[in-house]
Design a protein around this ligand. Sequence first.
Ligand code: AMP
Length: 280
Amino acid sequence: MQKIDQISAMHLAAGALQRGGQRLALIPTLGALHAGHISLMKLAREKADTVIVSALVNPLQFGPSEDFARYPRSPAADAALSEKAGVDLFFTPQAEEMFPRGFSSHLQEEAVSKPLCGTVRPALFRGVLTCWLKLFNIIRPEVVVMGAKDAQQVAVVRKMVTDLCLPVEIIVGPTVRDPDGLALSARNSYLTPTQREEALAVISALRRAQEMVAGGVKSADRLVAEVTHLIAAKRRLRVVYISVVDQHTMEPLREIIPGQCLLAISYWVDEVRLTDNLPL
Ligand code: AMP
């Protein structure tokens, strides 16, 4: 596996691979890699000849009171894990080179990015899109692989790709969970065993909603009320949002449209904010 940390070297390497007829897949990440990321590397391998993972704790996507400084960083372990998973190229650009002093061009999607996480984390998607568009320009991947765990991020990136005619194909891998059901996330490392135990109430509540839909319930309000009720029983949990939304527009729905909607949630476990979603 080749490791690159400079933009110009990455651009040259990607260009040479493409001239050699290679189809490139990119998996943008914040690092702190886990089995969820590995599943995307495997998927990328099926879709392209060269698999590139980028790892950067992107400062643009964190708000001033968020966990940028504390976000887990494990570059050596990330490289080892990527190499073991068969990644060809591991790109770790420096934040100072990506966004130097005076950087002033940002990309803002104005619709899909607004609800849900967009209301509570206004910097998030502007930061993600600006960083990803820059990564796309440096690498020019044919394929970008992302996780359904971040369903709104998928919808926002798809919208950018469509609106701006970006020549990339988006592939989405399913959410990887621990055996107890908790969706893998770098932020799970913030949880104590007791907090983690309480967080499991969220996935069981989401699964309960899926069962209700399978049993014929169509009302989004009923599903949201049931999930809210189940979560309210846990002292450490506070819901930030819970909503039945269209999977492409992220707009709230009153009634389930099978196969087209998600139950999306963001919640605090004490001071740790996590997100999850299930398709309905
Ligand atoms: P992150 O490093 O959190 O920015 O995630 C990088 C990519 O991995 C994004 O496309 C995420 O949606 C995806 N991802 C994160 N967690 C998981 C998971 N548990 N299962 C599948 N994909 C994931």
